[in-house]
Design a protein around this ligand. Sequence first.
Ligand SMILES: Nc1nc2c(ncn2[C@@H]2O[C@H](COP(=O)(O)OP(=O)(O)OP(=O)(O)O)[C@@H](O)[C@H]2O)c(=O)[nH]1
Ligand SMILES: [Mg+2]
Length: 360
Amino acid sequence: MEIGIFGLPQSGKTTLFNLLTSSNAETGMGAGKKKANIGVSRVPDPRLDKLVEIWSPKKTTYATIQYVDVAGVEKSAGKGLASETLTSLKNTDALLLVVRDFADESIPHSEGAVDAVRDARMLTEELLLSDLLIAETRLERMTKQMKGKSREEIAAETSVMEKIRDALEGETPLREVEFTKDELTRIRGFQFLTLKPVIIAVNVSEDELDVAEEKCKLLSGALGSKETAVTYLCATIEQEISELSEEDAEAFMEDLGLTDSATDRIIRTSYDLLGLMSFFTHGEDECRAWTIRKGSKAPRAAGVIHSDLEHGFIRAEVVGYEDFVEAGTLAACRDKGVLRVEGKEYLVENGDILNIRFNV
Ligand SMILES: Nc1nc2c(ncn2[C@@H]2O[C@H](COP(=O)(O)OP(=O)(O)OP(=O)(O)O)[C@@H](O)[C@H]2O)c(=O)[nH]1
Ligand SMILES: [Mg+2]
């Protein structure tokens, strides 16, 4: 899973990237103009911690999310996003929009002054425009680029591209448009950005943390878009917290009235928004969390571990996380009848512990 970090210059993108991925990329003026930063964050999961406590395995592997942090986006005056930005964001599953809401005179704002709603709208417009340019170019060159394709093929693609163009001209992001399965297959290769779910992270001032939730609600109301989650952080405070010992961090957070870490919250929000969940594999060798989409069947989960396990899937031995922790051992699970054998149609549940039986 990959998430692209997107926002105006000097909004705190790289600061947040560093926090999410425990990296040390350069921040401040001009730093973002260099290469995009790529890093991986561990998805914190107390359930996996508990399994590790039970098994003391040789290896522990958390689920991960990859983040790519691109250069700040400036108003393009209708020209669209820079091609490096487009390339970096192409393979992402979601976008994390960082919107600056901290006042700091020493850090210039590309639009002159702080206004989170205006910035969020502007970023959204740049995304809409970027997609519109792609659709228009495709429509213009349709006949040339589709050489050798049947007339029906060309007609079908023209129709979906026109549908896309009309939606975007009406400022509707593509994630809010209903597409048929066939249409979705046709447009997959274009990597339209407004098809991706969006998380907005409002980067608030240190002295406004107490009103941050209200600010989020305001912004959410002003934008009112499906598949958009709004959350907040104060990047400088989070950075300070990350440099403290666990004990000091807890005390500091309590002082500030913070109940959870912003990076954990952003990771959790991404997970929920993308409709993802975790299942586990466990044992003395390794305890591991894996990521799948909600509503996946057992063979799909097996395929996340290895494609051989999906192709050769026979059955899965399943125990729910709570049941396992309560019973304490697999033998006890068997005795209590909570270790089940499930087949190909089984819908994996969040927190299931799986053992896949397969043959190659
Ligand atoms: N006061 C304050 N300063 C912040 C906050 N977040 C980031 N900054 C500062 O803002 C400056 C820019 O932060 P970056 O993380 O480099 O911003 P960016 O969005 O990556 O910038 P570009 O890559 O140039 O687009 C740095 O000096 C940060 O220390 C915040 O919450 N409060
Ligand atoms: Mg940066």
